[in-house]
Design a binder for this molecule. Structure first.
Ligand code: NDP
Length: 283
């Protein structure tokens, strides 16, 4: 008699959630690795995140967390957070170990993995990080930890950029000479990698940055992804950046890191990224 392998439940929780591409990504990873994966979208009421998480883990295997619940997930997994999650102040991956909820933030890993795919590993690079919200916060430690030569955080509200720098230095004071902060106008010199971690492209605009930002061979990276070059990517091309990329690769790579935490197997990013790009272009 052939017995069916039970499909363990996985899901992404957010509000809203219907736009999420995580089910497609994780089910593709499941097919690729031969692991049985059932992955759903769950829209939690804004004031009932903790209850929804608790009910899910009665039989669920792992959860991804997206807007606006990453900070709440961070609170729920207190005491059992990875360093990346602790320094990001946010959790996008939850799982249970011996009845205890654990949390990690894989966004930074996703970005590092995608920069490597684009042959722009951060080691020894001068990096300008535009934005000081949740996404920026999740990548500061991974970029410093990966050995970038310099990291400057600039934000529309300069105060937020300074606060983010102070917070990071509270945890890694040894990075003080490599980490600086300021306003969008306070950018000098040229950079190997400029990362747009703002949501400006979603509002069809680019951050107001000075011209002359890009060194020869530099990369402009927008965490937002789209079927066409984003406003930030267009601005970078006008500013003569040699390479531009959107955040679709980061999205797939952060999902791959979550998958590896839950299943102990690292899936291949490229085939899923290719399939997703085709979907985006066809939409
Ligand atoms: P937050 O709301 O926490 O932060 C928004 C940031 O964008 C702030 O720094 C804000 O500046 C800035 N901002 C918004 N509009 C403008 C503008 N017109 N000009 C300049 N700055 C602007 O959002 P998140 O940090 O969580 O997310 C940022 C983006 O990153 C989102 O669009 C999200 O889709 C993307 N993302 C992509 C991921 C991926 O895997 N590809 C993973 C995570 C996020 P201020 O502080 O001055 O308001």
């Amino acid at each position: 008699m052939i017995r069916a392998v039970p499909f363990k439940r996985y899901a992404v929780i957010g509000n809203p959630i219907e736009h999420s591409r995580s089910p497609f990504i994780h089910e593709e990873f499941g097919r690729q690795t031969g692991l049985p994966v059932r992955y759903e979208r769950i829209q939690a009421p804004l004031d009932e995140f903790a209850r929804v998480v608790s009910e899910f883990f009665e039989d669920g295997g792992g959860l991804n967390i997206t807007v606006p619940f990453k900070q709440e997930a961070f609170e729920l997994a207190q005491g059992h957070l990875s360093t990346r999650a602790r320094l990001a102040g946010a959790v996008n991956t939850l799982w249970m170990e011996q009845g205890v909820l654990h949390g990690c933030n894989t966004d930074g890993l996703g970005l590092l993995n995608d920069l490597e795919r684009l042959a722009r590993a951060p080691y020894n690079k001068k990096i300008l990080l535009v934005g000081a919200g949740g996404a920026a916060r999740g990548v500061v430690f991974p970029l410093l930890d990966a050995g970038c030569a310099e990291l400057r955080i600039v934000n529309r509200s300069a105060e937020r950029a300074h606060e983010l720098r102070q917070y990071m230095l509270g945890n890694m004071p040894e990075a003080a000479s490599r980490l600086s902060a300021g306003s969008l106008a306070e950018v000098e010199g040229s950079w190997d990698i400029v990362i747009n971690a703002t949501s400006s492209s979603l509002a069809h605009t680019a951050p107001r940055l000075p011209a002359g930002l890009y060194r020869p061979g530099a990369l402009a990276y927008d965490m937002v992804y789209a079927s066409r070059p984003t406003p930030f990517m267009q601005q970078a091309l006008e500013d003569e950046a040699d390479h531009v990329a959107d955040g679709l690769g980061m999205l797939v790579a952060q999902a791959a890191a979550s998958f590896a935490i839950w299943h102990g197997v690292s899936p291949k990013v490229e085939p899923v990224l290719h399939a997703l790009r085709q979907q985006l272009l066809a939409a």
